[in-house]
Design a protein around this ligand. Sequence first.
Ligand SMILES: [Zn+2]
Length: 72
Amino acid sequence: MMEQLKPCPFCNGEANTCVEVYANRVEIEVGCKVCGFWFTDFAIEGSSFNMLKESEDKLIARWNRRADNEDI
Ligand SMILES: [Zn+2]
């Protein structure tokens, strides 16, 4: 199950995820649409869909922890 994205820790803007597929790698990004703060992770060529999903979940968890830390 996908974790819900929290708002941006800096500007409280709406966050979203993005997956970009390139020739030899896949970039997974979680970021703010408003101020442009991004977390990026990479998955190498040949990663299974499950591995991609896992990377995305981890990135979202990192984003949400960051949001929690800053939101005091
Ligand atoms: Zn922001």
